[in-house]
Ligand binder design. Structure first.
Ligand code: FUB
Length: 327
């Protein structure tokens, strides 16, 4: 008999999984994670230890019900433009089609974002022959808004190469802003109706404090690092992300899907392992945080496991901070 899923425990233990993007499709929770390989790797700042080659889709009937692995949904060998490193994916449903969005290094070692399509939320997904024109960096997250407009959020520092795109073209040796300068923001681009191309040149999102001042690059407790996710709650847009070097999931709020977003606070305290990456989804009147840590491998940065827990709001719309290791 399959085991039921428990809060704050790995959804699956037969493979390593990370970077969960959760969605409700057809009344079921689908999770689109990275699939970490069981490789011994030395960690470096370029993220070479994250050498993933395929994606598996997971799903659950309900909270606490067994988590099903639907098997390989897309493999690197079938993506014509991609060379290596299938990092954090996301999925969306529109036009009666399921779309899988994913970053990978192209043949020139530049991270791009690709799309693949399926008639089923569990795949298999058929990749497009080329990456999305004008895409770069990592960690796509797609919001299909209530008016049916779709926005892709993306970008990540260090191995994710966002620093190299400050001029709009790839600059191999570009460094990030100085500590006293505004931090780099994630990018957002509205998608065309085909969901396979950008409607516009990606825009840099501004994240500001309560006084409207930009969060600075040296403010590592609050500045954007990677892993954007946008959800709506009571009509406001919540942008949540990883702070990278300080290992926290934080969030900022806006009335506009393109910002500016006002920084609010912490969602998730640091987890076991260097990276932290999450998604937020509503299911049957409850809100859930899907996240990962490295507990299943005893702390190996590149062997992570996806977990979930409930997320709660205060009356003023702020999110209660979660420490996943405390009851
Ligand atoms: O899994 C590879 C990378 O690690 C992701 O793209 C980042 O968000 C971080 O979790």
């Amino acid at each position: 008999m399959e085991n039921s899923t428990k809060r704050n425990e790995p959804l699956v233990t037969h493979i390593y999984t990370a970077d969960p993007s959760a969605h409700v499709f057809d009344g079921r929770i689908y999770i689109y994670p990275s699939h970490d390989l069981d490789h011994e790797q030395v960690s470096n700042d370029n993220g070479d230890q994250y050498d993933m080659e395929d994606y598996h889709v997971l799903s659950m009937d309900d909270e606490l019900s067994p988590c099903v692995d639907h098997g390989e949904a897309l493999h690197l060998r079938d993506i014509p433009w991609a060379k290596q490193q299938l990092w954090a994916p996301d999925a969306a449903f529109r036009n009666d089609t399921y779309y899988l969005f994913f970053p990978a290094r192209d043949k020139n070692d530049i991270f791009r974002i690709g799309a693949a399509i399926s008639s089923s939320p569990s795949g298999p997904f058929l990749p497009q022959p080329n990456y999305i024109p004008g895409s770069f960096s990592i960690d796509p997250a797609v919001l299909v808004d209530d008016d049916n407009k779709a926005y892709m959020y993306f970008g990540g520092l260090w191995g994710g190469q966002l620093e190299k795109w400050q001029t709009g073209t790839f600059q191999q040796d570009a460094a990030g802003p100085a500590d006293h300068e505004p931090a780099l923001g994630p990018r957002v681009a509205e998608l065309n109706d085909d969901m396979l191309t950008f409607k516009e040149t990606p825009l840099e999102i501004s994240i500001v404090d309560e006084e409207g001042n930009p969060i600075l690059a040296g403010d590592e407790e609050r500045r954007y690092f990677e892993g954007p996710w946008v959800h709506k709650y009571n009509g406001s847009y919540y942008l949540s992300y990883s702070t990278g070097t300080t290992h926290t999931i934080v969030y900022a709020v806006s009335t506009n899907p393109k910002g500016p977003f006002v920084f609010k606070g912490k969602i998730l305290t640091p987890v076991v392992g260097w990276t932290t990456h999450h998604s937020i989804v509503r299911f049957k009147e409850k809100w859930f945080l899907f996240y990962h840590d490295s507990s299943l491998s005893g702390g190996a940065d590149n062997k992570r496991c996806v977990k979930y827990t409930e997320l709660n709001y205060n009356d003023d719309g702020t999110i209660q901070t979660i420490d996943p290791y405390k009851n």
